[in-house]
Design a protein around this ligand. Structure first.
Ligand code: IFM
Length: 824
């Protein structure tokens, strides 16, 4: 049975989410990308593209805060010459028209939009090939009217080329460096810039640096006209929905050296009754090889642009015909390769459980979202516009959790690169930009600790301890091995504990909005103490492996110290308090009028194993009592309604949203983990189930119209009942929730728990499940697991033999596949 809501459904194999009504409550996005070229693509053809950095090297534009939403985009418009009617193949920007059919299929790395209007069926598939820095718009047009047609095709996209932040704040000056010409041999528009704002912080300085790329925009149909000036293509007082050039059919063939850039191509075709035409539009970026055309050629109205430099020998018709066929073959091969890449990726984990939503998420969408967060960080989405954040250090070391199962080599490389943003004293930049090698040092107390967290996860997956010997430069001074980086992060955290013996919170911990708790450097964080404890404890085997008895003893001792101090001073009676302010006053206590109980302090008391069992039970029960909602767990209760500057930004945020009392999914996922670890399997599953987007999007009467964001990926938060818009989600796609939900599902519900020694198998499934089957690749082997619930004899069999304990030591088994049967 297909999983569906009022705007669409998952295909039977869950590989596509099909949107059947374009008037979704928000634009619903997808991603298309390879290791350098990336773009987000909405169900209406919107979104932007960039090379390596969405701030520093944006290729195409997105208009922020724009109305109508989601403009501009990658548009192909078709015009019926006889009637003069024209429309877009992606619905937007001609949303005022009545389409006979609309469907958008978001798949892994591609989006296909099919429309039917005016007797023409249009199919457009957008994707980025695995190994070319380009995007492809693959088009098929079919006449379904039964009449031969003369059509004009207009493909266009607005360019930016360079620093996207500068484009927002200094655009009138920024636009004097553009250079676009039509290349007759290539039959392509070639666009570039003669400067690049790469001065590490956008300022009034306009740096004298070359933008070292050229963009090639072409279409595999004979080109009959072009434009590169947004002004002349769109026309005065018009918009993307009614470009003057499309309306009149007259392309100005403008080449620009200044002004707002667009690349627009026109082709004219005849389409036989009930026949089809295939073509591809490509936007490619490459290093500058030839000098840009120096001159602007304005106003060559309607003159054929294709003679310059071509010489008499150029047989345009033949050349284009041949190249077009070849290009389509190449493009179709690239699309196949893209699909194969994702088949491969997703084959790492495959499950069949009694819950269809869980299957859809684990088998496809959650793995896919995790891959997106690995490559996009919190830096290129509709809600994370790519102008501000770069790569977050704490995100980098969590976002590996999904991809490390599939591609540990890429993770290894990423971790090593990220360590370059750590200082010799163990502290780190909070976020960084790869192209400029810069970032911000914000002083969030938890940020450096994600380094050991991530390295331990890498080691558990791979057993590759050689990474610890790699030498990586510090951001400020000299170099150290990866192991030294890890130890320095822990030492830094220990050295920065306060009078009470817990980490000083400084400008915040994981919760960014607790930014005034310790701004004077005295406030201390309970969550931070549990998190430090967790990371110390998990790092002990690494110290042991390295023979570093001094660090081992120190970290062990500090872990025990944290047990003592948190239980001595942070227990409020029914739960753990959240932090101590600079003045020593506690936060997150029952006597407070707002912000009485914070979820993270309870979850991590359990995850860190620092809470004794009775307190673990009690704080989990309190969390259930105060923080449960239909969408997941609230991050705090009651939400702050009065501004409290001894706590911070949390109290200025609208009650029920974001960190101020929303169902903050990242934190809610940690609660699920804590519940599973504490033995509360049924409740853990109930919250996990509620959080899955197809479920939480249906959890109010208004259903998806209230939830608003994509029902196939986790949003950062869902508004809690503390606000009238309860059930509304935001900040979809780029959230740490993705990797945690994925790994909680795989490691703790299905029970594949990698350890340094091998794989522990320990499923924790709800009573309603009769069992499940799952496959998980691990260190070159396939582990095939069959679990039956409610068995008379509880045991585990590996390759048919009963084993004691839960550990699968891979070395004991020959062959590529290990069959595991667990009877619960
Ligand atoms: O922990 C942060 C994250 O790094 C960015 N989004 C908000 C979270 C909670 O404050």
């Amino acid at each position: 049975m297909a999983i569906a809501n009022q705007y669409g459904y998952y295909t039977e194999d869950n590989r596509e989410f099909v949107i059947t009504d374009p008037r979704t409550p928000r634009p619903w996005f997808n991603y298309m990308w390879n290791s350098q070229y990336a773009g987000l693509i909405s169900h209406t053809g919107g979104g932007f593209s960039f090379l390596e950095s969405p701030r520093d090297n944006r290729i195409s534009r997105m208009r922020y805060n724009c109305l109508p939403w989601d403009r501009p985009g990658r548009y192909v418009m078709v015009k019926d010459v006889a009637s003069g009617q024209y429309w877009s193949l992606s619905w937007s920007p001609t949303i005022h028209l009545n389409y006979d059919f609309y469907e958008c299929r978001h798949g892994q790395g591609y989006t296909k939009i099919t429309t039917e209007i005016n007797g023409i069926r249009g199919e457009i598939t957008y994707f980025v090939p695995n190994d070319v820095n380009a995007e492809v718009w693959r088009v098929k047009l079919t006449d379904v009217s039964g009449t031969a047609r003369d059509l004009e095709i207009y493909s266009f996209v607005e360019l930016l080329m360079g620093n996207a932040l500068n484009d927002q704040i200094n655009q009138p000056n920024d636009k004097h460096f553009t250079d676009i010409h039509f290349d007759c041999d290539l039959q392509a528009l070639v666009a570039t810039r003669r400067y690049w704002v790469l001065n590490k912080g956008v300022s009034v300085k306009q740096p004298n640096i070359d933008w070292k790329y050229q963009v090639y925009f072409s279409q595999s149909l004979p080109v009959s006209g072009f434009d590169s000036s947004l002004d002349t293509f769109i026309g005065r007082w018009r918009s993307e929905s009614n470009p003057l050039a499309v309306e009149t059919g007259v392309m100005q063939n403008t080449e620009i050296t200044a002004g707002d850039p667009v690349v627009a191509l026109q082709s004219k075709i005849s389409l036989g009754a009930n026949s089809s035409v295939d073509f591809a539009v490509t936007l490619k970026i490459a290093a500058k090889e030839i000098p840009p055309t120096p001159l602007a050629k304005r106003g060559k109205e309607n003159s054929p642009p294709f003679t310059r430099g071509a010489g008499g020998e150029l047989n345009r018709e033949t050349k284009i015909g041949k190249d077009a066929g070849e290009l389509l073959e190449i493009v179709d091969r690239q699309f196949l390769q893209l699909k194969q890449k994702w088949d491969q990726h997703l084959s790492c984990v495959q499950v069949q459980t009694p819950d269809p939503a869980f299957n859809a998420m684990i088998n496809v969408w959650n793995q896919y979202q995790a891959a997106v967060t690995f490559d996009m960080a919190r830096n290129s989405g509709y809600y994370h516009g790519g102008l501000l954040f770069g790569t977050g250090m704490r995100d980098r070391f969590q976002d590996i959790l999904g991809v490390v199962m599939v591609d540990p080599a890429r993770v290894r490389e990423r971790l090593i690169k990220a360590l370059n943003f750590q200082f010799k004293d163990g502290s780190t930049l909070h976020n960084y930009f790869v192209l400029t090698n810069t970032g911000e040092r914000t002083n969030h107390s938890d940020t450096p600790l994600w380094i050991p967290f991530g390295i331990v996860e890498y080691l558990k997956e791979t057993g590759d301890f050689s990474i610890l010997e790699e030498v990586v430069p510090y951001h400020d001074d000299t170099s150290g091995t990866v192991y030294e980086h890890l130890v320095r992060a822990l030492d830094f955290a220990i050295a920065n504990t306060g009078e009470k013996g817990m980490p000083r919170i400084f400008t915040g911990d994981w919760n960014d909005t607790l930014d005034h708790v310790g701004s004077q450097g005295k406030g201390e964080t309970t969550w931070g103490a549990f998190f430090l404890g967790y990371v110390l404890n998990k790092s002990l085997p690494v110290c042991e492996h390295q023979g570093d008895s001094q660090s081992l003893a120190k970290f062990q001792k500090f872990y025990e110290h944290l047990r003592q101090v948190t239980n001595d001073i942070c227990w409020d009676g029914e739960w753990y308090l959240r932090a101590f302010r600079d003045n020593g006053e506690p936060i997150g206590v029952s006597s407070a009028s707002q912000g009485k109980i914070f979820l993270n302090a309870q979850s991590w008391a359990v995850i860190s194993e620092l809470a004794p069992k009775d307190r673990a039970d009690r704080c989990m029960a309190s969390s259930r009592e105060y923080l449960t909602t239909p969408f997941g767990m609230k991050i705090v209760d009651p939400s702050f309604t009065e501004i409290d500057d001894t706590v911070g930004l949390i109290s200025r945020c609208v009650p029920g949203k974001k960190e101020n009392g929303a169902v903050f999914n990242h934190a809610s996922s940690w609660f699920v983990l804590a519940s599973l670890l504490n033995g509360d399997t049924e409740f853990a599953w109930e919250i996990y189930r509620r959080m899955m987007p197809i479920n939480s999007s249906q959890a109010t009467d208004a259903k998806c119209d209230r939830f608003e964001t994509e029902p196939y990926v986790y949003p950062e938060y869902v508004t809690s009942p503390d606000h009238e818009t309860q059930g509304q989600a935001s900040h979809s796609w780029l959230t740490g929730t993705a990797v945690w939900m994925l790994r909680i599902g795989i490691d703790y519900i299905l029970g594949f728990q990698p350890t340094f020694e091998g794989m522990i198998i320990d499923p924790k499934i709800p009573a309603e499940w009769s069992g499940f089957k799952a496959q998980r690749q691990f260190r070159g082997k396939v582990l095939s697991l069959t679990v039956t619930n409610h068995s008379d004899v509880k045991q585990m069999l590996v390759n048919g033999e009963v084993v004691t304990g839960k550990l699968i030591d891979l070395a004991k088994y020959v062959g590529d596949e290990i069959a595991i049967a667990v009877h619960l």
